[in-house]
Design a protein around this ligand. Sequence first.
Ligand SMILES: Nc1ncnc2c1ncn2[C@@H]1O[C@H](COP(=O)(O)OP(=O)(O)O)[C@@H](O)[C@H]1O
Ligand SMILES: [Mg+2]
Length: 299
Amino acid sequence: MENYNGWLIVNSYYHPAKFTSLYKMLQEAAEKANLRLSKWTSEQRPTIIGSLAREPRPDFVLYWDKDVFLARALELSGLRLFNSGKAIQLADDKAETALTLAEKGIPIVDTIPAPTCFPGCRRNPATAVQAAKILGWPLVIKENKGSFGAQVYLARDEKEAEKILMHIGEHDCIFQRFIQESAGKDIRVTVVGGKAICAMERHSASKQEFRSNIGAGGTATAHSLTPLEERLAVDAANALGLDFAGVDILMGKDENERYICEVNSNPQLQSTFDSCGINPATNIMWHIRSQLKNPAIVE
Ligand SMILES: Nc1ncnc2c1ncn2[C@@H]1O[C@H](COP(=O)(O)OP(=O)(O)O)[C@@H](O)[C@H]1O
Ligand SMILES: [Mg+2]
């Protein structure tokens, strides 16, 4: 089996224990697939935009960061990234994701982008009231960029919306319809190489908590995907050009009503492994191998 050399690029500043074990999981899976994967932080890989790096170059980069400018600079120098910079950029911004999926006719939760707020300006809570006239109360408000449910909020009325908007300040954010039937639960589908490899149903830590993120205390059990869920997850990952993804799906009034909530380019893998007994890191490594042998552009 041919040997390939790869870089695992990770964030320079964010080092909680769960990421250390995630990187270990990826490196162990790489070794088993005969891929050499050396870990670097983004600050260890400064790259001049548009110029070929002079140092030894890897066969691939497993890019586990949201630093899309370094990602794209590395791609400009000729490297193949998993996931690509463009795909990470689309997935990491919830408004970009909604626009891209809607353009392809993939059902997403009704989303209204909030007006851009420049530094030093003050957000107007009337924008939330206006959104709620269309989407109803309670209203979900999300920062475009965020993870682990930490930048996702629920406003029951104008007063709560104002508090949330003042907290968000100049960061970009969106308003979303609250999917009542999915309160406290969702489906996380792991997609690798255009295939849904497994899924889990996640439940929030308490009845009062509508966010089902494991990082926010949620729990998970294996879930058997319906054909609709499988198709939506794969279509969403493909629409964003992701080699691998964690796709969050919300449940509507019956099993024919499913909405894409958001798509993760750098999903946590441990909870999927624990609940489904499948290690997505292994699938990721075999996908990388297959792409290096037979390069194809992920649509
Ligand atoms: N529109 C919504 N209606 C109901 N629940 C939602 C909605 N949006 C998000 N949630 C819940 O909040 C969680 C976090 O939202 P998500 O958009 O996935 O943000 P994050 O990137 O932080 O995971 C989801 O997994 C889901 O449980
Ligand atoms: Mg999520």
